[in-house]
Design a protein around this ligand. Structure first.
Ligand code: ADP
Ligand code: MG
Ligand code: ZN
Length: 699
């Protein structure tokens, strides 16, 4: 089953619901509410919309009497497992309920101020916010300790919620009557106010479990109350406490009492609590939303105070990893007005969380590792870096300065499943190595052949050099497996990024890098920025055709330079020569005929081999001459294993470029060999440390 989805039409497009706990001594002002309506900049000015839905709830009346019945009353908050719900010895009465209506819907009540705050922000932000903003109002618990609630109308009887003077059926009817009265009061007062920006979406059941016993019958009460609520076009919402004994109440909840329920992970409060993964799974199984839980401090003895930041980071990251940030309706518990106090908090980490929460609400938060939040401690931060090519699968631990600390390499397997398996095991090995060295793993960067949707972290397709390497949500797969931020990019782009930051590209604003391996990849940097194209598919430099009737390429074209000048091209042509008897290599089996073997033969004086390599260099030169004329770069930076062919390949290449490019372009461009040991791996690591920020000029 999916989560309860965001943007549901019947719920007026509800997405993110903020819980606003009210205090009668400190009514909600317009200024307070702005923090929830909009994201505020450094000066406190609204610059973007934030929550679309607002849940108002109060725990106590001004008289000190209780609206809520807390399932955690007693020592249970830290007691971890011994949960008892107790009705308040001082339950709120009719006067307190009226005060609640006034607090929300009075002339200077919370909703009036919310409506005004939205209007104010609309002027400043200058962009419409979509559907009207949703309001949900709490229904206090009708405590069975309340023997004298008051009369609903003048001359009416005094309601008694207890079973002291009448039976359970009568007591429950009177509890129901009080709730119905309140719902109607909310509707009438709300309608009369004629708010400009608000929609009354529904009411919220405060008590977090459902009881039925000799003296209490919440089941019947809720069943009848729901009919009343629905008849008024409202929704009934619930956010129950999650523990093993309570969670079954969420099973099929829509068939019983509630229209929408959010699951509380409670991971923020209990040491032995369940994981975020388990909470997300449980919510999905039940078509529920998820509650985000954050606080600055709570006046309860919470066992996990010291892990507050790390744990909340897991809630945020979970929204990406398990999809609830954008796929599920989310309720946001923030303790006592935490979000507004975080905005200008003296602790930079709280301010960062403010931004992170705002991004989460607008659906733009991206995974962050716990390390980053520790800031200064981050010495020894490393990226797990992988470079997947047609021949080699390489991995390394690389720090933020670009130093490679540990390297592994193996042959690229020949099936998609096997590649994925080896990719994961390479990464697992790197995780272990990082642990051995006491390094903090900052994230995973993958450089790979093929077209990559960089924003989504999806492999779109590739040529025959990586078989079946297409339609793979690689970021998602690796994030689930390793619980780390993952960036994926094309190997040519990665090489260009590495050159830009660490290599021959540092001194140039315009350069082209060519990665000469099994295939030919490339990256183009213009004005100091990587050229990505509309869908990150730019700079497929190996697929420039140099022969209109050349052999067919698996990219769809004919005569691509990759078919003449790459490692795989040399191997293919060498095989033909071996077959025809034109050359003899030391080892002649099909598998052994490679670019290396050809190079050996050429060095030993084999003329046919020399000629092949020379032609390869010439072919590359033809393509690069066109690139020079197109981009007028300052540098052409070459990397990849074919560099080892040396002059046999380079000389004809350089000569052809010179002969064939236009004078200005030729005079500007210097052809150099990269001085980086592994541009692909280094570029992938740079994605991790910069999160790709340097690569996309637009965002
Ligand atoms: P990948 O393509 O997997 O990213 P490389 O950049 O290492 O990996 O390139 C592999 C290609 O380079 C293969 O075609 C291989 O035969 C060729 N190659 C490797 N070493 C040499 C060498 N010393 N001389 C010539 N070609 C080589
Ligand atoms: Mg490569
Ligand atoms: Zn091609």
């Amino acid at each position: 089953m999916p989560y309860f989805p965001q943007g549901h039409k019947d719920f007026n497009e509800l997405r993110h619901l903020i819980l606003l706990y009210g205090d009668p001594a400190k009514p909600w002002t317009r200024g307070d509410l702005r923090y929830y309506v909009a994201h505020l900049d450094q000066k406190g000015e609204p610059d973007d919309w934030l929550f679309d839905s607002f849940l108002f709830l109060n725990v106590k009346a001004g008289t000190g009497r209780d609206y809520s019945a807390d399932i955690n009353i007693g020592s249970t908050m830290a007691g971890e497992g011994n949960f008892v719900a107790v009705c308040s010895p001082q339950p709120a009465n009719k006067g307190d309920w009226e005060a609640l209506v006034e607090f929300y819907l009075g002339e200077h009540g919370a909703l009036r101020n919310l409506d005004a705050a939205i209007g104010e922000c609309a002027d400043k932000i200058g962009r419409p916010y979509g559907a009207r903003r949703n309001v949900v109002l709490m229904l206090p618990y009708p405590h069975i300790t309340q023997g004298s609630f008051g009369a609903l109308s003048e001359g009416g009887g005094i309601l008694d919620f207890s079973t002291k003077r009448h039976n359970l059926a009568k007591a429950t009817e009177e509890r129901l009557a009080a709730e119905r009265w309140l719902v109607d009061e909310y509707v009438q007062r709300f309608t009369a106010q004629q708010f400009k920006h608000l929609d009354l979406l529904g009411v919220y059941w405060m008590f977090e479990t459902i009881y039925r016993s000799w003296d209490v019958d919440d089941h019947w009460l809720l069943k009848e109350l729901r009919k009343h609520i629905r008849a008024r076009g409202l929704k009934f919402l619930w956010i129950p406490f999650w523990s093993s004994y309570n969670v079954h109440l969420l099973d099929d909840y829509q068939k019983y009492y509630f229209d929408l329920a959010f699951l509380q992970p409670n991971y923020m409060f209990y040491k032995q609590g369940k994981t975020i993964a388990a909470a997300a799974h449980a919510a999905r199984q039940r078509n529920a939303g998820i509650e985000m839980e954050y606080y600055l401090e709570l006046n309860e003895p919470i066992a996990v105070q010291s892990e507050r930041h790390a744990r909340f980071r897991e809630y945020l990251n979970g929204g990406v990893t398990y999809g609830y940030m954008s796929d599920a309706v989310c309720a946001h518990f923030q303790g006592a007005r935490a979000l507004q106090r975080m905005h200008m908090h003296t602790d930079a980490r709280e301010r960062e969380f403010y931004e992170d929460i705002c991004q989460f609400v607008t659906g733009t938060y991206r995974l962050k590792s716990e390390i980053e939040e520790r800031g200064a401690e981050g010495i020894g931060r490393v990226a797990l870096s992988v470079d997947l090519g047609g021949t080699n699968l390489r991995g390394a631990l690389i720090d933020a300065e670009g130093t490679i600390h540990h390297r592994v390499s193996e042959r690229t397997p020949s099936s998609k499943e096997e590649i994925l398996r080896r990719l994961k095991s390479t990464l697992r090995g790197l995780v272990d190595e990082a642990r051995r060295r006491g390094a903090h793993v900052h994230g995973i960067g993958v450089s790979t052949g093929g077209r990559v949707d960089f924003d989504a972290g999806v492999i779109l397709d590739s040529t025959a050099l990586l078989s079946d390497w297409q339609n793979i949500p690689l970021r998602e797969i690796l994030q689930l497996e390793f619980q780390l931020p993952v960036s994926v990019d094309n190997d040519g782009n990665c090489a260009a990024l590495a050159e830009l930051m660490l290599g021959e590209g540092r001194a140039a604003s315009h350069f082209i890098t060519l990665v000469l391996g099994t295939g030919i990849g490339g990256g183009v940097v213009v004005d100091g920025k990587l050229l990505r194209g509309a869908r990150n598919a730019a700079a497929e430099l190996g697929h420039i055709s140099i022969s209109h009737d050349g052999p067919e390429c698996s990219c769809g074209n004919k005569g691509c330079v990759e078919l003449y000048a790459s490692g795989s091209a040399l191997a293919r042509q060498a095989k033909e020569l071996v077959k025809s008897g034109a050359i003899r290599l030391d080892r002649n089996s099909d598998q052994d005929v490679s670019a290396e073997a050809l190079a050996d033969a050429a060095r030993k004086g084999n003329a046919a081999a020399q000629q092949l390599i020379e032609q390869a260099g010439t072919s590359l030169g033809i393509a690069v001459a066109g690139l020079l004329n197109t981009f007028n770069p300052e540098r052409i930076i070459l990397s990849g294993s074919l560099i080892k062919l040396g002059d046999m390949y380079m000389r004809p290449f350089r000569e052809t470029v010179k002969e064939r490019s236009m004078a200005v372009a030729r005079e500007t461009a210097v052809i150099v060999v990269s001085d980086l040991s592994d541009p692909g791996l280094l570029g992938a690591a740079s994605l991790v440390f910069s999160r790709g920020a340097v690569t996309s000029g637009s965002s």
